[in-house]
Ligand binder design. Structure first.
Ligand SMILES: *Cc1c(COP(=O)(O)O)cnc(C)c1O
Length: 380
């Protein structure tokens, strides 16, 4: 079968019709265990659903194909995937370089959970390759990258950081949640592991929480599989089905998210109450050149600051009607939030604290003109 195109792989990779029934859609294998033909006689390698489940396998195969990797591993959330990745690669005394505007939950896991187990970290502005090189220690095992970052939409040069990490004997992990595999392929740029919160663009419909790790490294893949089974942070078959169902339309959705975001960015730039617009698609964005090199388009996430400080930012968030005030991102519906009080509240008082007049929006795939009108009205 020819499966070169992204959309073809999203719809077919790992998803052949069921050999027994012809079911076109991968069945939801709602079972915890599998009959054996004599002791150890496993039919398709399945013995217990924490270890493996055919619906989950379909999702993992499809994700590996979309990220252009050999192996995919699905987890019960993005944080479960993050935890498994770091536990596979770090031991007490090891060190991790993380973005200085990392996703709040990633920072919390590293700062509050893994630190107790002796894993150290240094937050760095990843757009500064020299700063990353300077932060690396002999014990550094992982350089953790988000690009674009959340919520400041900073851009990191994946290919350059892969070189820096590898020359120090460390691995490069890219949290590709914001870009999605349609807009950016970190493994092709030298990353060792790609992480997703599949809760976001991959699921795409705000109806399921999940995570994934994709790698072409056989040994890392074996460790991720060991941790799926050994620590148990796996998705159930219904979650895997919902994620696969969303994944089929990823290309169409990312194109529309990007179209709508471009419309919204132009409207925000024209608005007198808006101070700055952060969007990597803007030529004046400091990371634009790198983003244009490593991304197909610039996606649906926009952050902006407003005149009038924190209260003005909170007011905008509570006045929109189409943009729902909620955490999370990447769904078909538009969302708005105040990172300082919501998604990034756990970074308050740390180096990773975000500006209090910052608003983050996840631009959905509704009619673009309606989204612009809603924001312009809310800004007043
Ligand atoms: C949401 C998110 C996560 C965590 O994923 P969950 O599915 O919520 O556990 C990690 N990284 C980024 C960039 C995210 O947006």
């Amino acid at each position: 079968m020819t499966m070169h195109g992204f959309a073809t792989r999203a719809i077919h990779a790992g998803q052949d019709p069921d050999p027994t029934t012809g079911s076109v859609i991968v069945p939801i294998h709602a079972t915890s265990t599998y009959a054996q033909d004599g002791v150890g006689g496993l039919r398709e390698g399945y013995e217990y659903s924490r270890t493996g489940n055919p619906t989950r396998t379909a999702l993992e195969t499809c994700l590996a194909s979309l990220e252009r990797g050999k192996h995919g591993r699905a987890f019960s959330s993005g944080m479960a995937a993050t935890d498994a990745a770091l536990r596979a690669m770090c031991r007490p005394g090891d060190h991790v370089v993380i973005p200085n505007d990392a996703y709040g939950g990633t920072f919390r896991l590293i700062d509050k959970v893994l630190s107790v187990w002796g894993v150290e970290h240094t937050p760095v502005a990843l757009s500064d390759v020299d700063a990353v090189r300077a932060a690396i220690r002999p014990t550094t095992k992982v350089v953790w990258v988000e690009t674009p970052t959340n919520p400041l939409l900073n851009i990191a040069d994946i290919a350059s950081l892969a070189q820096v990490a590898h020359s120090a004997g460390a691995r490069l992990v890219v949290d590709n949640t914001f870009a999605s595999p349609y807009l950016q392929s970190p493994l092709d740029l030298g990353a060792d592991v790609v992480l997703h919160s599949t809760t976001k663009y991959i699921g795409g419909h705000s109806d399921v929480v999940g995570g994934a790790l994709i790698t072409s490294d056989d040994e890392l893949n074996a460790q991720f599989g060991f941790l799926q089974n050994g620590a148990g942070g796996v998705p159930g078959p219904f979650d895997a089905y919902l994620t696969l169902r969303g994944l089929k339309t990823l290309e169409l959705r990312m194109e529309k998210h990007s179209d709508n975001a471009e419309l919204v960015v132009q409207a925000l730039l024209r608005h007198p109450k808006v101070k700055t617009v952060l969007y990597p698609g803007l030529p004046e964005h400091p990371g634009h050149e790198v983003a244009a090199k490593q991304m197909k388009r610039f996606g649906g996430m926009i952050s902006f600051t407003v005149e009038g400080g924190e209260q003005a930012a909170l007011d905008v968030c509570s006045r929109t009607k189409l943009f729902t005030l909620a955490e999370s991102l990447g769904g078909v519906e538009s969302l708005i939030e105040h990172p300082g009080r919501m998604t990034h509240a756990s970074t308050a008082g740390s180096l990773l604290q975000v500006p209090d007049d910052l608003v983050r929006i996840s631009v959905g795939i509704e009619s673009g003109e309606d989204l612009v009108e809603d924001l312009v009205t809310a800004l007043g």
